[in-house]
Design a protein around this ligand. Sequence first.
Ligand SMILES: C[S@@+](CC[C@H](N)C(=O)[O-])C[C@H]1O[C@@H](n2cnc3c(N)ncnc32)[C@H](O)[C@@H]1O
Length: 111
Amino acid sequence: MDYLPQAEIVRHASWAAFRAAREGARLLLLTTKAAEPYTGYAFQPADILLLGRESAGVPEDVHNTADARLLIPMQPGLRSLNVALSAAMVLGEALRQTSGFPLAIVAHERV
Ligand SMILES: C[S@@+](CC[C@H](N)C(=O)[O-])C[C@H]1O[C@@H](n2cnc3c(N)ncnc32)[C@H](O)[C@@H]1O
């Protein structure tokens, strides 16, 4: 996509390097194994959203490291949502709560 240059992508050499670089920001894991729905969670601007692989989620030690584990509620009997869809849903709510959407667009919508 031609939007890619607008994304700031940082690759960390290892999980340990990533943890060292996050400087106190909370790590919020989206997982089907969570009990807490994301809809009731109070997000902060510096929060980091962590999602797992399409195949197997995240390893157990990563699961345990997260500061919170959040669930997107689903109909009973369904396994999981697509990773990009999951990210978009929770990021949208986090941006809404923390006034993270671009102000000019939000103002336009209120007219
Ligand atoms: C296709 S799912 C992975 C399925 C994997 N078998 C598992 O149980 O984690 C890909 C990623 O999307 C996110 N995800 C999908 N559905 C979710 C849900 N209902 N609640 C929270 N996160 C979800 C999680 O981060 C998950 O690791």
